[in-house]
Design a protein around this ligand. Structure first.
Ligand SMILES: [Zn+2]
Ligand SMILES: [Zn+2]
Length: 396
């Protein structure tokens, strides 16, 4: 079944083009939806994308195992700037529960975040600019990136040189928290950094009835957790800009034994790189104090994950104008979610846009076994890319 194409003000795409691209967007997205693969194992996905675009680009090669890079050069000025457009291509380890004809054919794997839609949008943006390359005054570089869902695929592509000739970057995400025909962007910090930690507390086990003979890691952990929960919300200026949560605790074997060891895990999200680093050092300082107090040894593993995603103010203005032309409602985007595009925006100016994709029949959130999108959002996403390219090249 094909959802009705909702008519929006599509500027560069006229009505017959809209219908033509809508059919292509649907086909590519549904083909990819059937074959979801996990980070750095996207071999079928990568081959599918490669075959779809290879005849429409000037140069194409594979990078970072399953990633693809392709170019369409400006015919008007080969010394011009280069804009990177990125789509992530990986699925998630989720068993799909949707009853749809294009359901995942891979057991235990699913496109439950919309990366199939991102890939389809970028494939068709390439097809559009193949036909309209005479209008191009900048070079376009397309990046199909593996492993966004926790594998830092963008970082691997950067390490392998994807940004060497890039001046600007943009990406989008279909967003089910937003209605169709709404989009969201924000200047500056827009998505959170995502760090995690794992703590092992090593005390001295003993009899539950004779606690003075033991060094109890449970007592230390509960005091430590309570202190963190009261301390951190008050520790730094702008308490809305970060959160620390404990998410896992494991210790003990029986009700009459004080255990020797305890494992504690948690996560830290921030919108501020300074606060991020301060939380990491303060957490260890507090941990050390409680452990000293209770004769407990500790091992702390603090894993720095995706950085804060920071949108460039100049590109924000370009994106805002590009979105205004589509006639969608523009909201402010701030999410405690994280995104590995943040590594790219640390190196080159970039802008990230959320495209409303809520499906009225199905309001399942991202990463849910029943996740699905309103597929007309793909046409809005594609038009955003087209407008962004044309607006940028007139303003640099
Ligand atoms: Zn996701
Ligand atoms: Zn995603």
């Amino acid at each position: 079944m094909k959802p009705k194409l909702e008519l929006i003000n599509l500027n560069d795409l006229n009505l017959s083009e809209s219908k033509e691209y809508y059919d292509l967007l649907l086909k590519n997205r549904r083909d990819l939806h059937k074959i979801p693969e996990l980070g750095f194992q996207e071999f079928k996905t990568s081959n599918y994308i490669y075959n779809q675009i290879k005849d429409y680009v000037d140069k194409i090669y594979k990078l970072a195992t399953t990633g693809i890079v392709a170019y369409i050069y400006s015919p008007n000025n080969n010394k011009t700037k280069t804009l990177l457009l990125r789509a992530d291509i990986d699925g998630l380890p989720i068993q799909e529960e949707n009853k749809i004809e294009y359901k995942s054919e891979h057991n235990g794997m699913m496109h439950a975040c919309g990366h199939d839609a991102h890939s389809s949008i970028l494939i068709n943006t390439i097809k559009y600019f193949y036909k309209n390359r005479d209008k191009l005054k900048i070079n376009l570089k397309f990046m199909f990136q593996p492993g966004e869902e926790g594998f830092a695929g963008a970082k691997k592509m950067i390490d392998e040189g994807v940004l060497d000739d890039v001046d600007y970057a943009t990406a989008l995400h279909v967003w089910n928290d937003l209605d169709i025909k709404k989009v969201a962007i924000k200047k500056g910090a827009s998505m959170a950094s995502s760090d995690s930690f794992e703590i092992e507390l090593i005390g001295k086990g003993g009899h539950a009835a004779i606690p003075y003979q033991a060094y109890d890691p449970i007592l230390t952990a509960t005091n430590f957790i309570n202190y963190c929960y009261s301390y951190f919300p008050r520790a730094f200026n702008n308490s809305n800009s970060y959160i620390l949560s404990f998410t896992y605790i494991q210790a003990g074997t029986a009700n009459n034994i004080i255990p020797t060891k305890l494992i504690l895990k948690g996560t830290v999200r921030t919108f501020d790189e300074n606060i991020r680093i301060n939380i990491a050092s303060k957490l260890e300082q507090i941990l050390k104090s409680f452990c000293n107090l209770n004769n407990i040894d500790y091992i702390l593993k603090y894993n720095l994950g995706y950085p804060v995603l920071i949108n460039d103010p100049f590109l924000y203005d370009i994106a805002y104008k590009s979105l205004q032309k589509i006639g969608v409602k523009i909201e402010k985007f701030k999410s405690m979610g994280s995104e590995d595009m943040a590594y790219i925006f640390q190196k080159v100016p970039g802008i990230y846009v959320a495209i409303g994709s809520k499906d009225e029949q199905n309001n399942s959130p991202h990463h849910n076994p029943k996740f699905n999108i309103n597929e007309t959002s793909m046409l809005i996403g594609m038009q955003y890319f087209i407008n962004f390219i044309f607006t940028l090249q007139e303003n640099i």
